[in-house]
Design a protein around this ligand. Structure first.
Ligand SMILES: NC(=O)c1ccc[n+]([C@@H]2O[C@H](COP(=O)([O-])OP(=O)(O)OC[C@H]3O[C@@H](n4cnc5c(N)ncnc54)[C@H](O)[C@@H]3O)[C@@H](O)[C@H]2O)c1
Ligand SMILES: O=C(O)C[C@H](O)C(=O)O
Length: 229
């Protein structure tokens, strides 16, 4: 089962939960983790728009697990302490739409083109690898919970006036995609500032171009699920 297969089940669940949020706590900051995140975030936004209570600063898709994976693989490969490593991951949360920016990773490490390609693919396929290994018995539940806790904690710190920067999938204008994950400053109202992509390597530029058809289609599928209903 792919994240997109989950659309059939989760699209309605997310829309109905968001309807309740729109009715009972319209100002809430939402961290959406249900897959396919590339579509469920647009579903949430469209449903809240329909109800007249959408605030783009409050709706965020959780892509933290992609960052956790990229950091882990980068640290392992380069003999670094993972706690001291940072790797931005941009795009979306499915296959080729997940784009780790190893050229911006810190601390800096030199890796061959082959190793970079392997680490990128491992990050992109990490979730699917676990879903297939569990063969119908769920996904990377515990690492998802870890990532969700990290991200929720960052949101709470931002809301408490200690701004923090995390990668998250939000309504965005930094690329051609209306929703996109990148580094975002989280503050007292939720999304405060969406950082642009920064300098990309040629490999990353190609990855950005390659993800767009799938990302745009997943976004449109989510939008139409609500608008076309
Ligand atoms: N964004 C991420 O990083 C990430 C990572 C892993 C998993 N996920 C997604 O998180 C979700 C949960 O994954 P999981 O492995 O824990 O799945 P799971 O099947 O183990 O758990 C799903 C839970 O949802 C409950 N449920 C079903 N219908 C419901 C409804 N209408 N309302 C409320 N609850 C309902 C089920 O009873 C079950 O307890 C999936 O959508 C999965 O794809 C996201
Ligand atoms: O549920 C999945 O398909 C995988 C999940 O999104 C993950 O990244 O582990």
């Amino acid at each position: 089962m792919t994240r997109d297969d989950l659309f059939k089940i989760n699209a309605g669940i997310v829309r109905d939960l968001i309807t309740a949020v729109g009715q009972h706590c319209p100002g809430a900051v939402l961290n959406i983790i249900s897959n396919p995140v590339n579509s469920t975030v647009p579903i949430a936004a469209e449903q809240l728009k329909k109800m007249g209570v959408y605030d783009k600063r409050k709706v965020m898709g959780v892509t933290t697990l992609d960052v956790v994976r990229a950091k882990t693989f980068y640290a392992e490969k380069n003999g670094l302490d993972v706690a001291a490593v940072d790797v931005p991951v941009v795009g979306g949360h499915a296959g080729v739409t997940i784009l780790p920016l190893f050229s911006q990773a810190t601390p800096k490490a030199t890796m061959s083109a082959e190793v970079l390609d392997a680490l990128t693919k491992r990050t992109q396929d990490g979730g699917t690898e676990v879903v297939q290994a569990k063969a119908g018995k769920g996904s990377a539940t515990l690492s998802m919970a870890y990532a969700a806790a990290l991200f929720a904690d960052s949101c709470l710190r931002g809301l408490n006036g200690a701004p923090v920067v995390e990668c998250t999938y939000v309504e965005s204008t930094i690329t051609d995609a209306p929703y996109f994950a990148s580094k975002v400053k989280l503050s007292t109202e939720g999304v405060d500032k969406i950082h642009d992509l920064g300098p990309l390597s040629d490999y990353e530029k190609a990855g950005l171009k390659a993800m767009m058809p799938e990302l745009l289609a997943s976004i449109e599928k989510g939008v139409q699920f609500v608008k076309g209903a």
